[in-house]
Design a protein around this ligand. Structure first.
Ligand SMILES: [Zn+2]
Ligand SMILES: [Zn+2]
Length: 261
């Protein structure tokens, strides 16, 4: 570390301590006081614990990156799984499980348009580590319905897509795809097929020339059933995109099977 870097780190630590003394922030995950502004709404200990947990999940599906959910489960990595077999998406990767620190950070991102450093790193590393995603020509976020974007003032998926575009050195395209129907895909009790049916026609490509003959990488905050991304991918392919893959910051875990630990 150079002398300048050491000075910069000390200055940042002093600034953080001063600001957090004036306006203490409690970790959204555990309630402890946070120490670094760049960690966002989650404390360092919670980020470390989430990262430690992620490192122990073996990947179970080569196409969608789904991982084994129980640490003890032996997994033979397959070319595709039951969940991703019907998808129009070519490849999918997620930064990690929608639990703990990552879940708290993504919920906070819906209230404050600031992407904390650990979340930026997760998104950038997910892109870097997956060669299949490197062939994309453009990066596009999953759009919000216009009314919801007006209420929130921004689209959190676009903030994450910007990180991917930076890491990938590819253009960020936000105006090609529009969400024409406001949907509630997170509703509990709906299976993958019902969610997919509820999303039919939810997206429309409004500027086809931006996606025609291009490989598109879609970015969203959280993958639940995959239906949202898949329906958006179908719309892009119908408008002439060559291929569509996706990257999400998080992915919800499937319900643990009986007997799984
Ligand atoms: Zn915490
Ligand atoms: Zn899969």
């Amino acid at each position: 570390m150079s002398a300048w870097q050491i000075i910069r780190h000390r200055l940042e630590a002093t600034r953080d301590a001063a600001l957090l003394l004036l306006a203490p922030q409690l970790c959204r995950q555990c309630g402890a006081l946070t120490e670094k502004l760049s960690d966002g709404a989650v404390c360092r200990a919670c980020w470390e614990s989430w990262l430690g947990e992620q490192a122990r999940r073996p990947q179970a599906c080569a196409r969608c990156g789904r991982w084994a959910e129980a640490e003890t489960e032996f997994v033979a990595r397959r070319p595709q799984c039951e969940q991703c077999a019907p998808w129009a998406l070519e490849w999918l990767r997620s930064g990690g499980a929608y639990v703990g620190a990552l879940r708290a950070a993504l919920l906070a991102l819906k209230r404050i348009p600031m992407t904390p450093e650990p979340l930026r790193r997760i998104v950038r590393e997910t892109w870097r580590q997956e060669a299949a995603l490197h062939e994309s020509d453009i990066i596009a976020p999953i759009p919000l319905a216009p009314r919801r974007e007006r209420q929130r003032g921004y689209n959190q998926a676009a903030l994450l897509a910007r990180e991917v575009a930076c890491a990938a050195q590819r253009p960020l395209v936000t105006g090609a795809l529009a969400r024409v129907i406001e949907t509630h895909p997170q509703r509990a009790g709906l299976d993958a097929r019902a969610r997919r049916d509820g999303l039919k026609g939810a997206f429309r490509v409004i500027r086809p020339r931006l996606v025609a003959n291009r490989r598109v990488l879609l970015v969203d905050d959280t993958l639940t059933s995959g239906a949202t991304l898949d329906v958006a991918a179908q719309a892009l392919l119908a408008a002439g995109a060559t291929a569509v893959s996706a990257l999400t910051a998080a992915r919800t875990l499937l319900r643990a099977r009986p007997g799984a630990t």
